[in-house]
Ligand binder design. Structure first.
Ligand code: HEM
Length: 293
């Protein structure tokens, strides 16, 4: 957790914030918190995560979900070093050096989205009512940033926004591993763990091929996505989870500025250790098992 009580993953960033929402109370809470106009609507239909459970007594009313489980090791030392290297290559100084990591993830460590102007201190709850409409050139949040790759919020350029939304899944990440260092302390990269810690990535889907697999293969691993404006260089791989050879990527040197620098690829700091797909059955199916015992 960070000082605001928000859950953070091992690289130090608030995680699990942006989710498709299904329940009226969750949607209501989110809308109340973002008073004013809704730029990003997190609402999704239940069939984005639920499918009929054919092993349950009544598949018409009993649903399950296709569940992805992946153990992703995080080399925190390497990631933190690459934030410093990127800040150096862009010539960022002082507080603005934090923007290097934010451009890798798409949010600052406290969860503030890069598209929003950063004000004093973190907002609580962490904002999620934003899109990339004010950032068509990638001058605030680079196209390759992890959250812009994995949810372009209607700006990917390859599909109409309603179709693009169908790739979203419900994520539930749990950090694993013990750390000797304090993740919230200001320490040099050399004090960070280089192995033994990571994220148990979990996600619920109704169509694995169109959600988790699509996000990883067609978005994160695809150097040409999101489709940049005419004449601009392809974004490159997702610097957090992209798999495969990593080309160079372009970053703005100032927030919303026009000068850019082509920086070295961010070295891979996330390694798949194992995982599988499962079918998460309905509660009715599980209750049935109990009855037979
Ligand atoms: C160790 C590996 C990973 C780390 C450290 C990581 C980190 C993060 C962080 C810090 C956020 C921002 C907080 C939020 O909006 O929830 C985020 C968002 C997200 N991540 Fe990851 N992530 C990892 C793996 C993955 C994988 C494997 C996928 C899917 C293939 C994925 C998909 C997403 C999506 C869809 C979002 C929300 C984007 C949005 O709606 O704006 N992440 N991740």
């Amino acid at each position: 957790m960070n000082a605001n009580g928000e859950g953070i993953e091992h690289f130090g960033y608030v995680d699990g914030r942006s989710q498709p929402l299904f329940l009226v109370e969750d949607i209501h809470t989110e809308k109340t918190e973002t008073d004013g106009i809704s730029v990003w609507d997190p609402t999704a239909p239940l069939n984005q995560v639920l499918v009929p459970d054919h092993a349950a007594p009544d598949p018409e009313v009993h649903f399950g979900s296709y569940f992805v489980f992946r153990k992703l090791e995080q080399n925190v030392r390497r990631f933190k070093q690459s934030e410093e290297t990127l800040a150096d290559q862009l010539g960022l100084v002082g507080e603005d050096r934090e923007r290097a990591g934010a451009m890798i993830v798409g949010r600052f460590e406290d969860g503030t989205p890069l598209t929003a102007q950063r004000e004093e201190g973190a907002e609580s709850p962490v904002p999620n009512n934003f899109d990339y409409g004010s950032d068509a050139a990638g001058a605030k949040c680079p196209f390759q940033a992890h959250i812009r790759k994995t949810n372009p919020r209607g700006s990917g350029g390859a599909e109409e926004p309603p179709r693009e939304r169908l790739h979203l899944m419900a994520r539930r990440g749990v950090p694993y591993g013990e750390r000797a260092d304090d993740p919230n302390a200001d320490l040099p990269p050399s004090a960070r763990p280089s192995g033994g810690v990571g994220l148990l990535f979990m996600a619920f889907n109704s169509v694995l091929g169109n959600q988790f697999e699509f996000t990883q293969a067609i978005w994160a691993n695809n150097p040409g996505f999101p489709i940049p404006p005419d004449g601009a260089k392809p974004p490159g791989l997702d610097p957090v989870i992209g798999q495969g050879p990593r080309p160079e990527s372009v970053y703005p040197t100032e927030w919303a500025g026009t000068r850019t620098v082509t920086a070295d690829p961010i070295p891979q700091a996330v390694t798949l250790k194992g995982g599988d797909y499962f079918f998460m059955p309905s509660l009715a199916f599980l209750r049935g098992l109990g009855g037979k015992g």
